[in-house]
Design a protein around this ligand. Structure first.
Ligand code: SAM
Length: 192
């Protein structure tokens, strides 16, 4: 049975309302941390801009999303650019990643708290998690209106307490909010 959220997201992608062209900043700004080879997962990938970046970096990349429309668009890009990306229409809540299967996992703008132990366990030893998503504390109204899909202060740190924290950034409302990294938190963690 298709997940009730799939239709909502299919409509979003059909209308091209949520197509990002750039990989998420936590990944793009720290690509020097990526291993030269191995497996990578873009979880809840949407049209897969992070997956494309990981595959172009030389990683054997997997991209999963509940939306058939998002995966269809990603498959078109994969074929056009001859990329090594295994795409899958997959409900990650029902079918989380298996234990110790990935060297890199990226998650952007998706938050399902119950999944966190599975995500951490899905990393191989020394594997890296790159996570970036919305905070409740925000300077404008980008992102979901439902605060349940947004992080509380330092919550991402707590959710990733099982990892060695390589980097964490959350600037909240401190100082001049016209500048800086606002509305979101980013974390890079390593399994040790
Ligand atoms: C805000 S979009 C982010 C997409 C992508 N990560 C990005 O940064 O552009 C959230 C994505 O989560 C996907 N999603 C929602 N629930 C899901 C689930 N249970 N399993 C897999 N994907 C899911 C949606 O289809 C949508 O593509």
């Amino acid at each position: 049975m298709p997940h009730p959220d799939a239709d909502k997201w299919n409509a979003v992608y059909l209308a091209s309302m949520h197509v990002r062209n750039e990989p998420v900043r936590v990944l793009k700004d720290h690509s020097y941390l990526l291993p030269k080879s191995g497996t990578a997962l873009d979880l809840a990938c949407g049209t897969g801009v992070n997956a494309i970046f990981l595959a172009q970096h030389g990683l054997q990349t997997f991209a999963w999303d509940i939306s058939e429309q998002a995966i269809k668009q990603l498959r078109e890009t994969v074929n056009r650019l001859h990329l090594n990306i295994h795409t899958e229409i997959r409900n990650v809540i029902d079918m989380p990643p298996e234990v110790e299967t990935f060297d890199v996992i990226t998650i952007s703008y998706f938050l399902e708290r119950t999944l966190m132990p599975y995500i951490i366990n899905a990393l191989r030893m020394h594997g890296l998690l790159f996570y970036q998503t919305f905070l409740k504390e925000r300077v404008d109204d980008t992102g979901p209106t439902n605060d349940a899909y947004r992080l509380a202060e330092n919550e991402l740190l707590e959710l990733c307490a099982g990892l060695h924290i390589v980097k964490y950034l959350e600037e909240g409302m401190i100082g001049n909010v016209a500048n800086g990294f606002r509305n979101e938190a980013m974390l890079i963690g390593q399994r040790r």
